[in-house]
Design a protein around this ligand. Structure first.
Ligand SMILES: [Zn+2]
Ligand SMILES: [Zn+2]
Length: 250
C-alpha cells in the first residue's frame, strides 16, 4: 500500500515537473497557458468568444445596437431575400482575432486548430446551437481542386470539432461541390448569386425530414450557404440552419 502511495506521489511530482518545464501553449498566440487553462489563453479565448455586436436573427449580419427590437423579417441586408435556410448563427463578426484565425485556417494546413475552434464554438454557443434541434451536421464542401491546393477542408475540421462537442453525427458525404467557383469576396452580390447557383449537389444519402446544421467558416453574402441549403432541401432535408464561425460585412 505504502509503495503504491509513494509511487503515485512520485508520479504526480513528475507530472508537475513536466508541466513546469513544458507548460501547455495557447493554440492561437503560443503563450504559455496558466494552470487550469487548456487550449486557449484567457485573452485569446475572450477575444474569440465575445461578440461585441448584436446580429440579425435571420442572416447573422451585424446590426445597430437598437435595431434588434424592430427586426421582424430580417435586417436591411436580408429582408425580402428568399432563403432556403431557416436562419444563420455566428460565433462573431469577421474582424480582429477571429478574422486572423480564419485566415490562418485558409492558408495553412491547420486541421488541429480548426477542430479546436469548432469545439470552442460549440462550448460558447451551446444553448443556441442545441435549440436548433439538428439531427446532423454537414460542412460546406470545397471543390476537390481547392481541397487539393489547401490540403484539407477547414469547414469539415470545424464541423468535426463542433459536432463532437454537441454529440451530433457529421455527414460530409451528403453534399458535394460540383463546380469550381471564383472567390466570393471579389464579386458583386448579384454576380455571387449567379456564380454559386447549382454549385452544390446533394447525394442520395440525405435523410428525408432531417434537420441539418450547415457549417461554414465565413459567410460573406448568403449566396454560398443558400445554394448549399437549396441542394439539401431539394434532396429531402426538412430544415437547414446555417452556423458560421464569422459573418463578414459583404
Ligand atoms: Zn492566446
Ligand atoms: Zn439580416
Amino acid at each position: 500500500m505504502r509503495r503504491i502511495a509513494i509511487t503515485s506521489t512520485l508520479r504526480e511530482l513528475g507530472r508537475g515537473f513536466v508541466r513546469l518545464l513544458y507548460p501547455g501553449l495557447c493554440s492561437v498566440c503560443q503563450c504559455p497557458l496558466p494552470p487550469e487553462q487548456d487550449r486557449f489563453c484567457p485573452s485569446c479565448r475572450s477575444a474569440l468568444t465575445n461578440d461585441p455586436f448584436s446580429s440579425c436573427p435571420r442572416c447573422a449580419a451585424t446590426i445597430g445596437p437598437f435595431a434588434l427590437a424592430s427586426l421582424k423579417d430580417g435586417c436591411t441586408r436580408c429582408a425580402g431575400l428568399p432563403f432556403r435556410f431557416e436562419r444563420a448563427l455566428r460565433l462573431g463578426p469577421y474582424e480582429g482575432l477571429l478574422r486572423d484565425v480564419i485566415l490562418r485556417l485558409k492558408h495553412l494546413n491547420a486541421d488541429g486548430l480548426a477542430e479546436l475552434m469548432g469545439e470552442l464554438w460549440a462550448e460558447t454557443l451551446q444553448t443556441k446551437l442545441r435549440e436548433v434541434r439538428a439531427d446532423v451536421v454537414v460542412p460546406v464542401p470545397l471543390h476537390w481542386r481547392r481541397r487539393l491546393e489547401r490540403g484539407y477542408n477547414q469547414s469539415l475540421s470545424l464541423a468535426r470539432g463542433l459536432a463532437g462537442r454537441l454529440a451530433l453525427p457529421i455527414r460530409p458525404s451528403w453534399l458535394r461541390r460540383i463546380r469550381h467557383t471564383p472567390m466570393q469576396t471579389e464579386q458583386t452580390p448579384s454576380a455571387r448569386q449567379a456564380n454559386v447557383r447549382g454549385a452544390f449537389q446533394a447525394t442520395r444519402k440525405v435523410s428525408r425530414g432531417a434537420c441539418v446544421l450547415l457549417v461554414d467558416d465565413v459567410m460573406t453574402s448568403s449566396a454560398t450557404v443558400n445554394a448549399a441549403a437549396a441542394a439539401l432541401r431539394g434532396a429531402g432535408a426538412d430544415r437547414v440552419v446555417v452556423a458560421v464561425l464569422a459573418r463578414a460585412k459583404g
